[in-house]
Design a protein around this ligand. Structure first.
Ligand code: ACO
Length: 330
């Protein structure tokens, strides 16, 4: 254990998306939708969908491997790992156990995080706390979402929104003035059933009736989700900025959860942030759940959009309703 609190930050990131690309035209051939509707209402043009036989743990392991590589940290230096997912390989055990085995991290603790699309940011904050307090030196945080397996591919209002993917980050000690400068985490359980899969848990185990009623698929109240995500993502961003003692102008990039371009445009308008400070990845990947913010962060780092001294805001909202934000210095 360390006597002194130290700064924790992101040492390296990785991402993985499955090979297969599904375009809006591909979807239009299967259901009553079209490219124009999808692009106008969501901004999404393509998404990646996992191959049969591919699991959330496979995507997670690949993203984790790449993050370790980019951080220059070996597997045996990691002391704890987390996998944020709403689409675990199995109800029991945790997907983190399976990923731990795939990455050869047999000496670490491992756990899943079920915090909807905010899961990766929740994980980064928990990892940051562990590193800052000296409980751990290096923590691997992964998010992996394979919603394609939980979508009703005849429900055009939901299935067009999502893609499969994973992202990861190694959290470790960083110099003063870098790393996680502030954060906020929130939940509003009144809306727990506004995004949910009714069957498959203990309340409604999978049955022929559940399958017939399509209760095994994700249900979503689209308009409610839209309105609350704009409200909560703005509120949490304001809180994290205030806690960091920073103004919007001090932030180089705003990495918002990539659910829908219109949600992001609303945030840009309400917060007075120019769109060129908000990377957009959802056009290529769709909504990849908790992985989306990490994919956007990985892209921004790899393309050199984040430079030494920059401050970046991460901000996500999802099923629960759960949201979270963090200001991170590089
Ligand atoms: N193609 C063509 N028409 C469609 C489609 C489609 N894919 N989907 C719905 N429509 C039709 C509807 O049937 C409706 O027709 P009607 O007027 O004849 O009844 C019409 O389009 C309008 O439908 P709305 O649901 O009112 O469309 P809206 O503008 O609200 O857009 C959307 C729907 C895109 C789902 C929007 O509500 C939204 O983005 N919500 C946020 C969802 C979200 O981001 N969820 C994820 C966040 S949480 C997480 O990541 C798990």
């Amino acid at each position: 254990m360390m006597d002194k609190v130290r700064r924790a930050g992101i040492l390296g990131t990785g991402r993985y998306v499955p090979e297969k690309v599904v375009t809006n035209e591909d979807l239009s051939a299967k259901m009553d939708t079209n490219d124009e509707w999808i692009v106008t209402r969501t901004g999404i043009r393509t998404r990646h969908i996992a191959a049969s036989g591919e699991a959330a743990s496979d995507m997670a392991a690949e993203a984790g491997r790449r993050a370790l590589e980019r951080a220059g940290i070996s597997a045996d230096q990691i002391s704890f790992m987390m996998v944020a997912t709403g689409t675990p390989d199995y109800p029991i055990p945790s997907t983190a156990s399976i990923v731990q085995e795939k990455l050869g991290l047999s000496h670490t603790g491992a756990m899943d995080i079920s915090s909807g699309c905010a899961g990766l940011i929740y994980g980064l904050i928990i990892a940051g706390g562990m590193v800052s307090s000296g409980m751990a030196d290096y923590v691997l945080v992964i998010s992996s979402e394979m919603l394609s397996r939980h979508l009703d591919w005849t429900d055009r209002s939901v299935c067009i929104l999502f893609g499969d993917g994973a992202s990861a980050a190694v959290v470790g000690p960083v110099p003063e003035r870098e790393g996680i400068l502030s954060f906020d985490m929130g939940t509003d359980g009144r809306f727990w059933n506004s995004i949910h899969i009714p069957a498959g848990g203990v309340v409604q185990p999978v049955s022929e009736e559940a399958i017939r009623n399509k209760d095994i698929y994700m249900k979503m109240e689209g308009k409610k989700v839209f309105a609350w995500s704009v409200r909560r993502m703005k509120e949490t961003a304001d809180i994290s900025l205030r806690r960091a003692g920073l103004d919007k102008k001090d932030i180089s990039l705003f990495l918002f959860h990539q659910a829908n371009l219109r949600i992001i445009q609303c945030l840009s308008e309400k917060m007075g942030i120019p769109m060129d400070k908000i990377p957009i990845e959802l056009d290529r990947f769709g909504n990849t759940g908790p992985a989306s913010v990490g994919i956007a962060l990985d892209e921004a780092l790899r393309k050199g959009y984040i430079r030494k001294g920059d401050k970046v805001l991460l901000d996500a909202f999802g099923a629960g309703f759960i949201w979270s934000s963090a200001v991170i210095g590089f």
